[in-house]
Design a protein around this ligand. Structure first.
Ligand code: NI
Length: 227
């Protein structure tokens, strides 16, 4: 899956986030990376417990909660509390890596599996050069650079990188999702079905066929979900 979710954060929430980041105490980003990833990581992050990180984290988690598209695509069982990072100056890139499969949830002492990775862009893409999130290693691999407030959701299994930022600063949130449906192909079928049902209802309103297909959706979810 590689899904663009527009306008997850509203303009006023973005303003709040940017105000919080005015005097943010950035620290070396390698603190949250695994061994291979740390060797190619060169950015800065907010310490988890600083006021700006707490405030932005709750903004983003609330925004995810109200997004039906995020719910349908991710079928979240557990969302890792988002980190905030910055690419600029000398600390401006993150080479090819795969995110750790298992993360320890801060404070909870529990582990989660990272089925999906997510980046929520906070900076206006015109305000910096470079900084695309490249997903995959093929020559034509997608290079994602989205408007501020937009989210990209992609498979946690993907090799990905953040290309060097050569002007300005790239601020973003990143996090992971453990899905109720572990298998990416099954999750994709459910998402496609949910979106098709939405279109069907928009076109024809409620119908016996839409009800039966909705039943199929939920019955597949019963088969495949690990609540
Ligand atoms: Ni990563």
């Amino acid at each position: 899956m590689l899904l663009h979710l527009p306008a997850i954060l509203h303009a006023e929430e973005l303003s709040t986030a940017h105000a919080q980041l005015q005097q943010a105490p950035w620290q070396d980003g390698r603190d949250s990376a695994g061994g291979q990833a740390a060797s190619v990581k060169n950015n800065t992050q907010l310490p988890r417990d600083c006021p700006a990180a707490r405030s932005i984290r709750s903004l983003v988690l609330a925004a995810l909660d109200r997004s039906a598209l995020f719910f349908s695509a991710a079928l979240p069982k557990q969302v890792f509390p988002p980190h905030v990072n910055r690419y600029a100056g000398e600390a401006n890139h993150y080479g090819p890596h795969v995110d750790n499969a298992i993360r320890l949830l801060p404070d909870a002492g529990l582990r989660m599996r990272t089925d999906l990775s997510a980046t929520l862009f906070l900076s206006d893409p015109d305000s910096y050069d470079g900084g695309a999130l490249r997903i995959g290693q093929a020559p034509d691999a997608p290079r994602v650079k989205l408007p501020a407030g937009d989210l990209v959701l992609y498979d946690g299994t993907s090799v990905h990188e953040v290309e060097p930022v050569t002007r300005g600063e790239r601020l973003a949130c990143f996090f992971w999702v453990q899905s109720l449906v572990r298998d990416a192909a099954q999750r994709q079928i459910l998402f496609d079905m949910d979106m098709a049902l939405l279109d069907l209802r928009q076109r024809d309103g409620e119908s016996p066929e839409a009800v039966r297909l909705t039943g199929c959706y939920h019955n597949l979810l019963r088969l495949w979900a690990e609540p």
